[in-house]
Design a protein around this ligand. Structure first.
Ligand SMILES: C[S@@+](CC[C@H](N)C(=O)[O-])C[C@H]1O[C@@H](n2cnc3c(N)ncnc32)[C@H](O)[C@@H]1O
Length: 208
């Protein structure tokens, strides 16, 4: 193989150029991510308006619980703040209309588990419409193993101590984000809290 020897100066110029190329690529990826996020947000606003036209709100009782929605802007900001790209596999336990999973898919491999067919169909419809890559499973999340996921998200519709906490303490190997009214209902040890727009997300790690 031909080996070229550069002077120190030339080698430094080449290294700087390489660094510039990497920085430019990273900036492009961030710009692209913001563009895709705007499309996701627009799709979920459209869905909200569609529900309102039908005299409905984005809340309903489902087979296994209750559906309510996270705020897209807050979720996107959270994922930027915690650097979601450094995690390999993300899962939303009870993914509702899929918004959290699709936002997470802009950073990493993202999966949603949901019991409600209407919500699951909407998630898949928006995923296809925007050409995003994510997995949506119609399943009881208690039956889905969470060990392979290094970031787990839960906006629980009941206090975690009623059941999900036991599963988390047994299976969680990565980190957990909890959002919504049932914060502080787990025995897991809290690592951090992130406040966005007055709403709080708690981050947990399983030390057991
Ligand atoms: C409060 S919503 C959160 C939706 C979504 N994660 C978000 O943040 O926008 C909780 C969701 O969990 C689902 N759910 C509750 N228990 C479940 C279970 N055992 N298996 C699958 N889905 C479940 C409900 O149907 C509901 O859609």
């Amino acid at each position: 193989m031909l080996k070229i020897k550069y002077s120190k100066k030339v080698a430094q110029i080449l290294a700087n150029r390489e660094q510039d190329k990497i920085s430019r690529k990273a900036a492009e990826r961030v710009g692209q991510r913001h563009g895709q996020f705007r499309q996701i947000k627009e799709e979920y606003s459209r869905y909200h308006r569609e529900l309102l036209r039908q005299g409905r709100l984005p809340v309903k009782s489902t087979e296994k619980g209750f559906w309510g929605v996270s705020v897209c802007d807050e979720v996107f900001e959270l994922f930027q703040k915690i650097g979601l790209s450094q995690y390999r596999n993300f899962i939303d336990l009870g993914s509702g209309d899929g918004r959290v999973v699709l936002i997470a898919s802009l950073f990493t491999n993202a999966t949603g588990v949901e019991c409600d067919q209407e919500l699951l169909s909407k998630s898949i419809e928006i995923k296809h419409k925007l050409g995003l890559s994510a997995s949506f499973l119609k399943e009881d999340f208690y039956k889905h193993g969470i060990a392979p996921y290094d970031m787990v998200f839960s906006f629980p519709d009941e206090p975690l101590y009623r059941g999900l906490d036991a599963k988390l303490r047994k299976e969680l190997q990565g980190r957990l984000i909890v959002y919504g009214p049932f914060l502080n209902t787990t025995k897991l040890q809290r690592e951090a809290s992130v406040a966005i727009n007055g709403n709080i997300f708690h981050l947990y790690k399983n030390y057991s």
